[in-house]
Design a binder for this molecule. Structure first.
Ligand code: TRP
Ligand code: SF4
Length: 424
């Protein structure tokens, strides 16, 4: 089962794509100039509307990348994956928005504002240390009036039946937990409000468990905007959600058009038409949101196999772990090795079942190193003991370097726009 607050059982990713109605990522891979390693290696397995981002990157047009972190436990290697995705898009020209979901942690996990602040700032330092640029917007939900206002308005479009159907809420669910879903939709659409320069393609990198939020937000983006689009043969059919009167405004468009009672058919390049209509909507004070795009990465395995859980510190490497802690955790990690050394030399290891190999794939190795290890493992030339030693060295180096950069980030927080209730 997969929902934003619970994931159980084995995950079949092609089935997930099919059941959730996502697009598989691989067909779009060739369109991307120097794709990120997580894309090439199939860790990012699905998306929605990512072509909008590919387009913006190609044409050097503005776009945003946005994701959020719930500060209920310390940041770990799973969060690092999302942080790396944000930073990658940031380097490709996207303006980055990083939300610290302190309202979610407060409502769902019962943490105090002080605690969520303390923990949240570790996420902030970590993502800065990983390379987030200074033009980014970093905020705690509870301190961001724009997010809360937007959440409230989006909430006007969602009723109880819908919440029940999407999130499985019931009579015990608190109002705050329900509101948190609207706040997350607010997070995702924040980059597109007038205050931040209006509509722009926005990609939200997340784990597949967050897809219900994405689907709802894509829907809400349309519901709160005035004009609705439907592609037709030689252009776009435009409807108004706020009454027929709004169709009058389209008369100023410089396209060939045909007016009907309930809609207008506008002929021309669909993207250009939609952009022109959005401009009209902005002029009359509407949101004109572009439904957000998303990418989905796989769930990471706990170090002992099974699920990674924030309540089991041995199941993950925290970004704040000492290198010694991390070393111990790797020593005890589950591998794809065989029962005996002899058997492993004969049959080879199974990297696809190996948590150490997963660490290599997601975090530690470049393409050449990865291929080499995989080959040596499969051929039985590399045994798990030596392989783990190598992983420990890599992680030690990574953590030493990260901690140094986090300290450095701490001294440089003033350079960043951080919206929080307790300062920086
Ligand atoms: N709910 C997300 C989580 O539990 C965190 C989150 C909050 C988020 N706001 C977001 C993720 C906006 C993506 C976009 O991890
Ligand atoms: Fe995993 Fe390395 Fe052992 Fe292969 S040799 S199974 S990659 S630990």
């Amino acid at each position: 089962m997969i929902s934003p607050w619970e994931v159980t059982g084995e995950v079949d990713y092609s089935k997930l794509i099919h059941d959730f109605g996502m697009e598989p990522f691989s067909p779009i891979l060739n369109e991307i100039d120097e794709p990120m390693h997580l894309m090439k290696r199939g860790v990012i397995f699905g998306h929605r509307d990512y072509w909008k981002i590919v387009d913006a990157m190609k044409k050097k047009e503005k776009f945003a990348v946005m994701s959020g972190f719930m500060p209920s436990g310390l940041p770990h290697f799973g969060h690092k994956m999302t942080m790396d995705e944000i930073v990658w898009h940031n380097r490709k020209g996207g303006v980055a928005f990083v939300g610290v979901a302190d309202m979610e942690a407060h409502a769902v996990r019962n943490l105090s504002w002080k605690e969520t602040y303390r923990i949240g700032m570790e996420y902030v330092k970590a993502i800065i240390a990983l390379g987030l640029n200074e033009n980014s917007v970093i905020y705690f939900q509870s301190a961001n009036q724009n997010v809360k206002d937007l959440a409230f308005e989006l909430g006007e479009e969602v009723n109880w039946n819908e919440l029940k159907a999407i999130y499985g809420f019931n009579g015990e669910t608190t109002l705050a937990k329900m509101f948190v879903t609207a706040v997350q939709a607010g997070d995702i659409l924040l980059p597109q409000i007038a205050f931040y320069g209006g509509p722009k393609p926005t990609v939200v990198p997340v784990g597949a468990d967050q897809d219900p939020h994405i689907r709802l937000t894509r829907d809400l983006a349309a519901r709160v905007s005035v004009y609705a689009f439907e592609r037709i043969e030689k252009g776009v059919r435009v409807r108004s959600r706020k009454g027929k009167d709004y169709l009058e405004n389209l008369k100023t468009l410089e396209f060939e058009m045909k007016f009907f009672e309930e809609h207008v058919d506008v002929f021309g390049d669909a993207m250009e038409v939609e952009e022109a209509v959005r401009e009209i909507e902005i002029e009359i004070g509407g949101y004109a949101f572009i439904p957000p795009s998303s990418t989905y990465h796989k769930f990471i395995t706990g170090l002992q196999g099974g699920k990674m859980s924030s309540s089991k510190p041995e199941s993950f490497i925290s970004l704040l772990d000492t290198p010694d802690d991390a070393e111990r955790k790797i020593r005890n990690a589950l591998t794809g090795g065989r029962a005996t050394a002899e058997e492993q030399r004969r049959l080879g290891g199974q990297p696809e079942k190996c948590v150490v190999f997963e660490l290599y794939t997601i975090h530690l190795l470049n393409d050449r190193e990865l291929t080499e290890i995989e080959m040596e493992c499969r051929e039985g030339k590399l045994l798990c003991g030596r392989c783990k030693k190598f992983a420990m060295e890599k992680v030690r180096k990574f953590l030493d370097d990260l901690h140094e950069k986090m300290d450095e980030a701490d001294g440089r927080l003033d350079m960043y726009n951080i919206i929080s209730r307790f300062g920086k």
